[in-house]
Write a protein that binds this ligand. Structure first.
Ligand code: AMP
Length: 174
């Protein structure tokens, strides 16, 4: 099972967090192939022109999904990493804020975009990415995650924002 290929590291990066480590899934060829196929299958007829993915683990699966769909790939990065003119959005973390950025010209108005990340927890990161994409006129068709932590409410928050979130594996708690 896909779930068995994900390693859990207790108390990383801080006490109380169960870190869901996908490097063990990625290192397993059959599991990686299955994950990409399952992330891709809901969207094969959705005319996705661009997959946007969130630094850094999202890039690995997002690029593979973009390749499988035959669509383009757009990186959403932490502040200060992209060389050209960017749009940015800040969002609240447990302590403080974080900022993500995207090239302003990466997505055109009306483009059909699929958002990909490795994991959705509170949904803060994914919702920030959605607002970034919508700010340049993109139509966010859906979002895909390898892992959902449903008790933290992120996939429900995405649904409330009108976005269907599709994930492959769920873990209870956080
Ligand atoms: P959130 O914004 O709360 O939905 O958090 C999602 C982001 O934080 C994703 O980019 C994940 O890579 C990372 N993340 C949050 N919680 C975990 C966890 N328990 N294990 C691994 N990554 C996590």
């Amino acid at each position: 099972m896909l779930k068995d290929t994900i390693r859990t590291i207790p108390d990383y990066p801080k006490p109380g967090i169960q870190f869901r480590d996908i490097t063990t899934l990625l290192a397993d060829g059959a599991a990686f192939t299955q994950a990409v196929a399952e992330l891709t299958s809901p969207w094969t007829d959705a005319r996705i022109s661009t997959v946007a993915a969130i630094e850094a683990r999202g890039f690995i699966v997002g690029a593979a999904v973009a390749h499988a769909l035959g669509s383009g790939f757009v990186p959403i990065r932490k502040r200060g990493k992209l060389p050209h003119t960017t749009v940015s959005v800040s969002y609240a973390l447990e302590y403080g804020t974080d900022t993500i950025e995207m090239h302003r010209d990466a997505v055109r108005t009306g483009e059909r975009v699929l958002l990909i990340d490795d994991l959705i927890a509170t949904g803060g990161t994914a919702l920030a990415a959605v607002s970034l994409l919508r700010s340049v006129g993109a139509e966010v068709i859906g979002a895909g995650f390898v892992i959902d932590l449903p008790d933290l409410g992120g996939s429900a928050a995405l649904r409330n924002a009108g976005i269907h979130a599709h994930s492959l594996v769920e873990f209870p708690g956080h």
